[in-house]
Design a protein around this ligand. Structure first.
Ligand SMILES: [Zn+2]
Ligand SMILES: [Zn+2]
Length: 136
């Protein structure tokens, strides 16, 4: 009985979390739509114009980098194309990358399997098969 109670409690908690996630997603969608209505579809950095379906490439940047700060007057928003938006955030990320990527190496497969070993095997089998066929 006790475990049942805990279970229902956890389910409720999960429901609340799921609801919060949905709310956040809805908020993000809303502020994007608001920003697109409020501002001309022009990148604030490179000045490229976006029309029709290409507006997908336009993103809403938060000037203070706080995605929860969405004043209705749009004072914290800036429309940036995906490239300029990347650049805008790259400045912060560079520090992270230097910290995380101390080794400077990307893990690569060490297996130096000879690519022609299998092929030779296949050719051998194929030729014997062909010979066999010819004989038959
Ligand atoms: Zn741009
Ligand atoms: Zn941003």
């Amino acid at each position: 009985m006790v475990s049942e109670g805990n279970k229902s409690k956890q389910t409720k908690r999960e429901q609340i979390i799921a609801q919060a996630r949905r709310d956040q997603a809805a908020r993000q969608k809303t502020y994007r739509e608001k920003a697109l209505k409020m501002f001309p579809w022009v990148c604030g950095r490179c000045g490229r114009e976006f029309t029709g379906r290409r507006v997908r490439e336009l993103t809403v940047h938060h000037k203070d980098h706080n995605h929860d700060n969405n004043p209705p007057d749009g004072s914290n928003w800036e429309l940036l194309c995906i490239y300029c938006h990347d650049n805008e955030h790259a400045r912060d990320q560079v520090a992270d990358w230097y910290q995380h990527d101390g080794s400077g190496q990307t893990p690569q497969s060490q297996s130096d399997n000879k690519p022609f070993a299998g092929l030779a095997d296949l050719l051998e089998k194929g030729s014997t098969g062909a010979e066999k066929n010819r004989k038959d």
